[in-house]
Design a protein around this ligand. Structure first.
Ligand code: ADP
Length: 492
């Protein structure tokens, strides 16, 4: 369906009304013309009647004068006859000028002939014979001739008058018919125009005014802060386009607002992280720094035997390493935040890596015992060896940190279905269900961990990032008080 614009619809409606009004005006014009024609016809019929009556009167004068002369032979009648006869040509010309159709003209011609014949064949004879033989023109034969000719002349005149009257009646009947048709057309045009204007009004109300009213109230709602407002796309032409534009505007505003809220939350979160980092850094750095500074000063200020000296230097070394590892963690946070962690991949044996890390962590741990179960052959993986060593080291260090001294830490390496799996289980404090989803977040530390053991809350976040970068997964299975199992799965 083609969408027609509002001005196009208004123009179409106006054009339809104009056509109807035009039809009404044309019909009225036609009717006026027909009435005028009928009037002219009637006037002409009257003029013809007057001219015909004048001819009839003159013919009658002629007849009575000739009859008088025949009876009395007095010259006065002859004079009257001649006068009447002299009037006839001009009266016949006037009558001829009034009639304008062929049949009537023929009748006038016939009348003229009859009058001429009356004069030639009868009146002329009476004038000639009366002085010589008056008895002859007074006989029954002469008067019969006179009557016959006179009645013939009257009949012709009557036929002219009847035809003219019939024309006039016909014209006025036609005029009446046209007038009543005009009234019909007028009524129809008025009814149609009214219906059209009404229909257009209803259409404007439903498809223009109503959507605009809804749009106004929706705009007020938006102004009051509700950006979820949407309208049905039901407006005509430009109004429909306005409703669509309004909907897309509120949609964009809502999206922008949602984005702002997310950004704000992120900002608040990052502000909190910054605070956590500062407090954690100051807390975590204080202890090793105090040891390094204290023991170095002691060694510089006093003389110690070689054994004691070595013990203090070992402490300084351990604490300096701890500081270095903290610095490494902070650097990793930076990498996590900027997403710029790069891997240096190589093919290596995962069993070898796990053995190495276990030796490193359980060498100094005189407390927990290690239960290491690895396959007899190598488990080859492609990846960044140092980064994966960091992951395994973090899991082992956590297992030692969060479990009691006499317990055992189980480390399993396995490979199946193209995946290499390292699982580290301890018999320690376990993780509360609520914390289980959060331990991989940056800076998150459980309440228990924060209160009892030192840490940054960064190890697992960095570990997860490294594993994901290798296309692997890291999962935890734990019960509060019932130990934890961390399982890292990598493509072998
Ligand atoms: P950190 O150990 O420095 O706090 P991690 O990111 O390594 O940071 O660990 C985050 C938190 O996860 C710890 O604070 C602790 O609450 C919990 N957690 C990690 N490993 C274990 C574990 N083996 N047993 C119990 N809780 C653990």
């Amino acid at each position: 369906m083609t969408v027609r614009s509002l001005p196009a619809r208004v123009t179409a409606a106006a054009a339809a009304v104009a056509v109807l009004v035009g039809a009404l005006a044309a019909a009225a014009l036609l009717s006026i013309l027909a009435l005028r024609k009928a009037e002219q016809r009637e006037t002409r019929a009257k003029d013809v009647a007057v001219a015909a009556l004048r001819v009839r009167a003159t013919a009658a004068d002629e007849e009575s004068a000739i009859r008088g002369y025949a009876l009395t032979a007095r010259p006065l009648f002859l004079t009257l006859f001649r006068k009447a006869h002299a009037r006839l040509p001009s009266e016949l010309t006037a009558l001829r000028a009034q009639v304008n159709d062929r049949v009537q003209l023929d009748r006038v011609g016939r009348l003229k002939d009859e009058l001429q014949a009356y004069y030639d064949d009868y009146a002329q004879n009476v004038i000639l014979i009366t002085p010589l033989a008056p008895e002859a023109v007074r006989g029954p034969a002469a008067s019969t001739e006179d009557r016959l000719r006179s009645s013939q002349i009257r009949a012709t005149l009557a036929s002219i008058l009847t035809a003219e009257n019939a024309r006039a009646r016909q014209a006025s009947t036609h005029a009446r018919r046209v007038a009543s048709a005009t009234v019909g057309i007028g009524i129809a045009a008025i009814v149609l125009s009214t219906a059209l204007v009404l229909a257009f009004g209803i259409w404007v109300r439903r498809r223009v005014a109503r959507p605009l009213r809804r749009l106004t109230s929706a705009a007020s709602e938006v102004a009051a802060g509700d950006l979820t407002v949407r309208l049905d796309d039901t407006g005509a032409g430009e109004v429909g386009a306005l409703v669509t534009a309004f909907n897309s505007m509120t949609r964009s505003l809502e999206l922008a607002q949602r984005e702002l809220v997310t950004r704000n939350t992120q900002l608040v979160e990052s502000e909190r992280h910054k605070r956590d980092l500062i407090s954690m850094v100051s807390h975590e750095l204080r202890t090793p720094l105090a040891s390094v500074v204290g023991f170095t000063r002691l060694l510089l200020e006093r003389e110690f035997g070689p054994d004691e000296q070595r013990r203090y230097l070992e402490i300084v070394d351990t604490q300096a390493r701890r500081l270095a590892s903290l610095a490494g963690d902070f650097l990793d946070v930076q990498l996590l935040d900027t997403g710029t962690m790069t891997l240096t991949p190589s093919r290596f044996d995962l069993v070898d890596l796990v053995r190495e890390q276990a030796r490193l962590f359980f060498h100094g741990a005189e407390t927990q015992s290690l239960d290491l179960r690895v396959p007899s052959g190598p488990v080859e993986v492609d990846g960044d060896r140092d980064r994966l060593a960091q992951v395994v080291g973090n899991l082992l260090s956590n297992a030692i940190k969060y479990s009691p001294p006499e317990s055992t830490v189980h480390v399993d390496v396995d490979s199946a279905d193209g995946r290499a799996v390292v699982a580290v289980s301890d018999e320690g404090v376990g993780i509360a269900p609520d914390d289980r989803d959060r331990i991989f977040e940056k800076f998150f530390r459980s309440e228990h961990a924060a209160a009892t053991v030192g840490g940054t809350g960064l190890g697992l976040a960095v570990a997860r990032e490294i594993v994901l970068a290798h296309g692997g997964t890291i999962e935890v299975d734990s019960e509060q008080g019932g130990g934890s199992t961390f399982r890292v799965s990598l493509p072998a």
